[in-house]
Ligand binder design. Structure first.
Ligand SMILES: [Fe+2]
Length: 252
């Protein structure tokens, strides 16, 4: 009897310790919510991954990927995606940054019906009102944005020419983006973007596929610019290349 009680109380103590220190962290968005994620959303994420693989392997043109990934983003069951990101826990007690956007890293749960590996990098951007994902372009990258919460002003530009000190750009999109709305970037279309939060807080889900233009001589990653540049004929803008610090000082 005494032994049973001891074993029982041991198990209880051990379990509570595990729950406190370990299980919630390691299994938090794996097991606790696993059953609640609908098959349609598991399939959705698998399709996003398959599309990413297709664009990385050049089986899909980047502009076609943009169209298709945005169609998928438009179909997502947002509440289910938030569950899959364990969004409430991810954003609880968040320390927002006073300049620019905070990038939150996360892992997708390891549950049946989801990929075990992802071809794309991912993050959630968190912003306070008036703060920005600063204006930037991309080299050798295909990326997509989905607004999870809040309102933002989203500006996009085609990057027509790289010059020594400037980019020649053409404004393509300038509008409000709300929860559930999306946009995408490639080396060929809407390469430059800039999102400014217009609500107290705003969250953006982002995926990025790297090395989509094999043989590209440009270093893979972001390039920063000042889109409020010299106006040119036909609505074009000559936008000065700037560094990370300056663009955050100007627009962060
Ligand atoms: Fe970007």
């Amino acid at each position: 009897m005494a032994e049973t009680l001891t074993r029982r109380s041991f198990s209880r103590d051990a379990l509570s310790t595990l729950l406190t220190y370990s299980l919630l962290d390691t299994l938090g968005n794996n097991d606790l919510f696993a059953d609640k994620i609908k098959p349609v959303t598991r399939k959705w994420l698998t399709q996003v991954n398959d599309l990413g693989l297709a664009v990385k392997k050049q089986k899909l043109k980047q502009v076609v990927w943009q169209k298709q990934v945005e169609e998928l983003f438009g179909k997502v069951e947002l509440s289910d995606l938030l569950k899959m990101l364990d969004f409430d826990r991810l954003t609880k007690g968040l320390k927002y940054v006073d300049n620019g956007a905070l990038s939150i890293r996360f892992k997708f749960p390891r549950i049946e019906g989801l990929p075990t590996e992802y071809v794309f990098g991912k993050q959630v951007f968190a912003l306070k009102r008036k703060r920005s994902v600063v204006p930037h372009g991309h080299n050798n990258m295909a990326t997509a944005f989905l607004i999870l919460e809040g309102k933002l002003r989203g500006r996009h530009y085609d990057r027509l020419e790289d010059r020594k000190d400037e980019f020649l750009i053409r404004p393509t999109i300038d509008r409000k983006f709300r929860r559930g709305e999306h946009s995408s970037i490639s080396d060929y279309k809407d390469n430059i973007h800039w999102f400014e939060a217009q609500s107290d807080r705003a969250f953006i889900f982002n995926i990025h596929v790297l090395d989509v233009t094999p043989g590209s001589k440009k270093p893979t990653g972001r390039v920063y610019l000042d889109p409020n540049g010299k106006k040119q004929k036909g609505g074009l803008i000559l936008a000065r290349k700037v560094g990370y610090k300056e663009v955050h000082k100007l627009y962060g």
